[in-house]
Design a protein around this ligand. Structure first.
Ligand SMILES: Cc1cc2nc3c(=O)[nH]c(=O)nc-3n(C[C@H](O)[C@H](O)[C@H](O)COP(=O)(O)O)c2cc1C
Length: 213
């Protein structure tokens, strides 16, 4: 089995990329790459791996969806009482990874975490389909539940309680913003001689380096 995997691995042949091709502002550069991935109609283009660390220093990772990005940072929405929420309460730092295989591109982001303010979380919650709103209220994310039937019963109870009205965002659900102090763009190249550009925050400005692949 192991040796079957040895042969797996694409030969990447992306176009040359270096610090000289980058906007000095990493958010502008991120947007360029994100827009290119969106224009290529890649599936779930805003899916990203979110890594957190728990109280004991153990890392955990899972996929979340990037929902907002501006000069403040990268926003996703979740349950604050979930495992990731507990991790982020203990260690308010996170890492994100986006991978766009057909473009041979990876983006890594690292930084401190802050909660999106209530108005921002309310606005996003209100934009979600009603079923997702009900689900977010009903699901005790990351907790054991006895059965699928228990989950469906919880959903039915929330539907009954909400009635015809607009579901209200629970306090335990909202956005987190990763405020980056590091962002890396990775462009796959032939023979694993990939191009890597790293932005590091230095006060008000950003320092760019090329990193060895
Ligand atoms: C494509 C995809 C998108 C997802 N988006 C989110 C999301 O935006 N927010 C979220 O809380 N969970 C999302 N999930 C589910 C998470 O991966 C994870 O199962 C859940 O958040 C519980 O993680 P935790 O127990 O580590 O807190 C997504 C999963 C997939 C596969």
């Amino acid at each position: 089995m192991t040796k079957d995997l040895w042969r797996l691995g694409e030969q990447y042949a992306g176009t040359p990329f270096g610090p000289e091709d980058c906007d000095p502002d990493p958010f502008v550069q991120f947007r360029r790459w994100f827009d290119a991935a969106a224009a290529a109609q890649l599936p779930t283009v805003n899916a990203m791996t979110l890594a957190t660390v728990d109280r004991r220093g153990r890392p955990a990772a899972r996929i979340v969806l990037l929902k907002e990005v501006d000069e403040r940072g990268f926003v996703f929405f979740t349950n604050y009482d979930s495992r990731k929420g507990t991790d982020l309460a203990a260690h308010p730092f996170a890492a994100l990874v986006l991978f766009w295989e057909p473009l041979h591109r990876q983006i890594r982001v690292e930084g401190a975490i802050e909660k999106v303010d209530a108005a921002g979380s309310d606005a996003y919650f209100a934009s979600r389909p009603r079923g997702s709103q009900i689900g977010a209220i009903a699901s005790p994310q990351s907790r054991p539940i006895a059965s699928r039937a228990e989950l469906e019963q919880r959903v039915a109870e929330v539907e009954r309680a909400v009635g015809e009205g607009a579901p209200k965002r629970p306090d335990s659900w909202g956005g987190y913003r990763v405020v980056p102090d590091m962002l890396e763009l990775w462009q796959g190249r032939v023979s694993r001689l990939h191009d890597r550009v790293r932005y590091r925050r230095d006060g008000e400005r950003w320092i760019l380096d090329r990193l060895a692949p």
